[in-house]
Design a protein around this ligand. Structure first.
Ligand code: VNL
Length: 390
């Protein structure tokens, strides 16, 4: 080799090493957009607490990259979510966008994820179609079709032949209504009416009066996390249970964040969902204890688990890329991940980028003076039924 070429090669090698070191020092930024104030504030509080717990337990360095969490409050207004996501991508150069308390927020960011090739990890929002809005979306929460079908199978086997549905009037509510109703009718049940309440400042009273007049065997409810206690209160105040109408719901209603304050009137309510703080596994016991210790006794709910698992999926993906990251490589490394979550076994479907998980039937019971969703049956490895319908 000529002396010159040797020197040139040495310089090139030195530059390469320096470049590698620079990359190693470059922070890996996660933009976590959540509703921290307003009607969905409990969702933001739960997810942020869970993300911080994940980092406290697993360290803030992954494959040589220092992890930085940037939390932004979108007050669950989708225009704000979009603006914050844009800012985070362009100015803060985040490597991943995550969070998203409600469906409209998750959907508002999809075009930004696609254009900037930034993974969008949906930790809360649960309308089936969300993962189809961008090839960069990966979900660690759940879908309403996933949990509603289980209830439509359980109810007719347990003496419930007629059901009125009551859902919040937007994506997840419409999914819950459709998938509950189709399956319940298929199973020979009757649905005399389907009622929808607005997302903003809902008043359940007039709807519950209507249900009382129809007098079905049961009322099936979906409302987003945070609104469950109001439904329960008005259901009991109107004496619906005494009129012989049972309450059945998705677990969003008997939300672990609020359940213990709902009072004994909630006892016996059966719901279907993917996570209960009472889930009996060593992994969940450890998770609940650590979460409560770090958050003044706050009980983690299904939102917390979506956030905790979302962080795991991001960490594992970054590890798999050897710390290099890059939007496309990260999404590829998120696909197919299998792990044990506090909720049970979880799988990120490589085709749909959606979460596959167990769905549990649970009943509200008292344990050591506290109300819990106690699991009594399980449907294993449920894929989102919303995807196969189209
Ligand atoms: C959504 C679905 C939001 C389920 C929720 O709570 C929930 C959503 C804030 O897709 O908007 O429990």
């Amino acid at each position: 080799m000529h002396q010159r070429t040797v020197i040139q090669a040495a310089i090139a090698a030195a530059l390469l090493v320096a470049g590698g070191a620079a990359l190693a020092q470059e922070r890996f930024r996660i933009g976590l957009i959540l509703p921290m104030t307003g009607q969905q504030a409990t969702t933001g509080r739960q997810i942020e607490a869970a993300a911080r717990l994940w980092m406290a337990q697993n360290g803030d360095t992954v494959a040589g990259r220092k992890i930085e969490l940037i939390v932004k409050d979108d007050t669950s207004l989708p225009d704000m979510t979009r603006r914050l996501a844009q800012e985070l991508v362009v100015n803060e150069k985040v490597n991943v966008l995550a969070g998203f308390g409600i469906t409209p927020s998750a959907l508002a960011v999809a075009p930004i994820a696609t254009q900037s090739k930034t993974p969008e990890v949906v930790m809360a929002a649960a309308t089936s179609s969300i993962t189809e809005a961008s090839p960069y979306i990966v979900r660690t929460s759940f879908t309403l079709p996933q949990v509603s079908v289980a209830m439509a199978d359980w109810a007719p086997k347990n003496g419930i032949k007629s059901v009125v549905t009551l859902v919040t009037d937007y994506g997840p509510g419409l999914d819950a209504e459709k998938f509950f109703k189709d399956r319940f009718l298929f199973n020979g049940g009757k649905v005399p009416d389907s009622l929808r309440v607005p997302l903003r400042n809902p008043d359940f009273a007039p709807f519950l009066q209507k249900v009382r007049d129809i007098k079905p065997d049961a009322l099936f409810v979906f409302v987003p996390s945070g609104a469950g206690a109001a439904v329960m209160k008005q259901f009991l105040e109107r004496g619906m249970d005494k009129a012989g109408i049972r309450l059945i719901a998705t677990g969003d209603v008997t939300d672990d964040d609020q359940l213990n304050d709902m009072g004994d009137g909630a006892l016996g309510v059966v719901t279907s969902h993917h996570y209960s703080a009472d889930h009996q596994s060593a992994a969940n016991k450890k998770f609940v204890e650590a979460f409560q210790k770090a958050n003044k006794g706050l009980r983690p709910n299904f939102m917390a688990v979506g956030g905790y698992d979302g962080m795991r999926v991001i960490y594992e993906a970054l590890k798999k890329t050897g710390g290099k990251g890059g939007g496309e490589a990260l999404v590829a490394a998120m696909k197919g991940q299998v792990f044990e979550s506090p909720r049970g076994p979880v799988f990120i479907d490589a085709q749909t980028r959606d979460v596959v998980q167990n769905v549990y039937l649970r009943k509200v019971e008292k344990k050591n003076g506290q109300l819990f969703n106690v699991e009594f049956d399980v449907i294993k490895d449920v894929k989102d039924p919303g995807k196969t319908k189209k």
